[in-house]
Design a protein around this ligand. Sequence first.
Ligand SMILES: Cc1cc2nc3c(=O)[nH]c(=O)nc-3n(C[C@H](O)[C@H](O)[C@H](O)COP(=O)(O)OP(=O)(O)OC[C@H]3O[C@@H](n4cnc5c(N)ncnc54)[C@H](O)[C@@H]3O)c2cc1C
Length: 423
Amino acid sequence: MMLQNQYDIIIIGAGPAGLIAAIESYKSSEKILILEKMHNPALKLRISGKGRCNITNNAVLEDFISHFGKNGRFLKFAFANFFNTDLIKYFEKLGVQFKLERGERYFPKNDDAGEIAKALLNKVKLLNIPISTNSEVINITKLPDKKFTITINKNAKHIQKNAQRIQIKADKIVLATGGKSYPRTGSTGAGFKLASQLGHTITPISPSIVPIEIKGNAAKKLQGLSLKNVKAQVWCGNKKADERFGEMLFTDFGLSGPIILSLSKTVVKLVDDKEKVFISIDLKPALDHKMVERRIIREITEHSKQGFKHLLKKLLPGKLVSVFIKKLKISEEKQLNQINSEERRKLRMLLKEFQFEVAGYRSFNHAIVTSGGICIKEINPQTMESKLVKGLYFAGEIIDVDADTGGFNLQAAFSTGWVAGRS
Ligand SMILES: Cc1cc2nc3c(=O)[nH]c(=O)nc-3n(C[C@H](O)[C@H](O)[C@H](O)COP(=O)(O)OP(=O)(O)OC[C@H]3O[C@@H](n4cnc5c(N)ncnc54)[C@H](O)[C@@H]3O)c2cc1C
């Protein structure tokens, strides 16, 4: 498409935040343009929720905000004006139907994240808002005439002779370039540099909702094993830093799955602070130590002539049996009526506190969201406008707010985009 020299509003980034900002800023009298660096818009949105898009959560406002940690309060105004039920109605009007699943999570009825992207893009098209794709913004300056000059690398990824450097002007801009996670979807953290060049502070960024790497090869041996209904706790010295109940997964490098991803923010912070961190898994969270002891004794009494391996098979998923035998240093053939109280204690402790020392965390390439970003103190929460640069607005993951899994992050992207657009 041919770009003009001057626009009223330019939105940088065609993710969920940028697209809703464009729709909500639309006035027939104003010239709006969306600039997107990738060949296709909304790539991350299309793969969200494993391609099913967990668009939001049905939690009540206070609970919803608590999932964002201390910066959640910044979103109060945005959520008060455009919250979960508003978002669902918004997309229903655009023709998408939803279902509510376990954990109060909303998904499109047909399990297709692409439908959410398509609904937004159809609306953008209906309003005749142009999207210039393959258009990477590489510089933004504010001129004395109060307009922004935006430098674009057009077709940078295509045949070199087609690559063009273009400058266009805008009265207002919305920076909705996302975070730095999953860079192959286009969000490479470029927006942080653009904002910092305009004078903004960037709260240090780190991967969040990210798998955890474990020392040694214990996790690797259990690769592929998924555990349901377990409790995972993060320990630093004698202090429990966090805990979650639910499902987790062992991988070739360590731990992943819903509860580990939810704990990752705490783990990343402790690792960055150079702390020694352990993840302790309670394999029998419904039973306290006394109940586990009683269960072990019952099995021993009922199968007294069987070997130790038989007892472990009764208590554990198959893949864990050999790992437990090695850790407990008890022969798998030892007859159960020969198991003494110290061996029973060791088994009980391992069932309740199966520990892994954290080696680190995976990179931005594997992180669902980016923690950190544009400092919230420098953004007006009622308009999403910069407090430092008039006419500059922020929306979505570029802002220093992030939550755990459950649909919270997309709601934040849509709500901040909605407010930025309306402002
Ligand atoms: C695998 C995965 C699954 C996820 N699943 C869920 C889920 O189910 N529920 C949930 O709530 N959240 C989920 N998230 C998080 C959620 O997708 C993001 O928080 C959300 O997409 C952020 O929206 P955004 O518009 O701010 O940024 P993005 O979606 O990252 O969009 C930013 C856009 O800006 C463009 N851009 C970047 N730099 C430039 C530039 N210099 N010039 C021009 N364009 C640029 C990018 O190409 C991109 O299209 C998931 C994330 C991942 C990676």
